[in-house]
Design a protein around this ligand. Structure first.
Ligand code: R5P
Length: 312
């Protein structure tokens, strides 16, 4: 089947880069709002009987991009797409994978149901917040990981006194993967979330005194998690020369100011989302297009993706 990339408004530059590597065309989408804000979506070219890759991370504004993704999937399906794969490098709502207290919605599950209803045959996601997201889907969710790419970018870490820090318990498995690739020990921060923007760290498990911390996470949203982990590490006697690695750079609200106030040498992230103006941050961006294009190209010809998929 002919390969076609369809781009929503979530990250057109990434869609272009994926299409360029695949040597194929990008179908722009025509997205308009009625005066009452209702969305109208249309595909700007033929997708009939094509192998379609719809590129749309659902980052901020999350609901706007999610709604576009649903509408564009529906439009592709109705326009006769042969097969429809959603490339959702950042999967919003993945943090809502269970009820942490009574009377909450499980947003991740609901979004999975919506995407299935919209007609996606398959999803490619990069380091979704929770691996259990896969179980919410009846269609295959291919979980790609940027950890090898990020670890590769960190491979020139100076000295051997580095320690990989999981800034909360949820990041321990991720930390283990970095630790294996970078051959460094692990420390774990005991984080308590107080609100969407505020967290506190009650303590750090592991040797950090005199060491150089490498804080890893799946995403940096408001920067509260990194700031609280950094404060606890410095209080624990680590060197005030911090490296941060995270797949998704949401950088919303106070994130840039918070991170700029910390003794951070490097922040290595991917372009799963458009990178906001970096201001004073020492941000390094690892490009995802080569990995995403490789995955699409293998799916197109039915080749194994085993070495691209993260199992955790
Ligand atoms: C939470 O469990 C995630 O892995 C991140 O640690 C969190 O979402 C980061 O958010 P923020 O930067 O707002 O603390």
């Amino acid at each position: 089947m002919n390969l076609v990339v369809v781009a929503g408004s979530g990250h057109p530059a990434l869609a272009d880069a994926v299409a360029e590597r695949l040597g194929t065309r990008v179908c722009r989408s025509v997205l308009n709002r009625f005066p009452d804000t209702e969305l109208h979506a249309e595909i700007g070219g033929t997708v009939r009987d094509c192998d379609v890759y719809l590129v749309q991370p659902t980052g901020p504004s999350v609901d706007v991009h999610l709604m576009e993704l649903l509408f564009l999937a529906d439009a592709c399906r109705r326009a006769g797409a042969g097969r429809l794969t959603g490339i959702i490098p950042y999967f919003g709502y993945a943090r809502q994978d269970r009820r942490a207290k009574g009377r909450e919605a499980v947003g991740g599950r609901l979004v999975a149901d919506l995407l299935k209803t919209a007609g996606l045959d398959r999803i490619l996601a990069v380091d979704p917040h929770t691996a259990s997201l896969e179980g919410f889907f009846d269609v295959p969710l291919e979980h790609l990981s940027a950890v090898p790419l990020l670890a590769n970018a960190l491979a020139d870490l100076p000295g051997d006194d580095g320690v990989i820090v999981a800034p909360d318990l949820g990041a321990v498995k991720l930390a283990e993967r970095y630790a294996e690739l970078l051959r460094r020990p692990i420390a774990i921060a005991h984080k308590i979330r107080l609100s969407g923007e505020e967290v506190t760290v009650r303590g750090v498990v592991g040797e950090v005194a005199g060491r150089t911390p490498i804080i890893i996470d799946d995403m940096i949203s408001t920067g509260g998690t990194i700031a609280a982990a950094a404060a606890a590490l410095i209080a624990g006697g680590c060197k005030p020369e911090i490296t941060v690695a995270a797949t998704h750079a949401l950088l919303v609200g106070p994130a840039i100011a918070r991170l700029a106030a910390l003794p951070i040498r490097r922040i290595v992230v991917t372009d799963s989302l458009p990178i906001p103006a970096r201001g004073p941050l020492p941000l390094e961006v690892v490009r995802l297009a080569p990995m995403l294009a490789e995955a699409a190209s293998r799916l197109n010809v039915g080749e194994s993706m085993a070495d691209l998929i993260a199992h955790r």
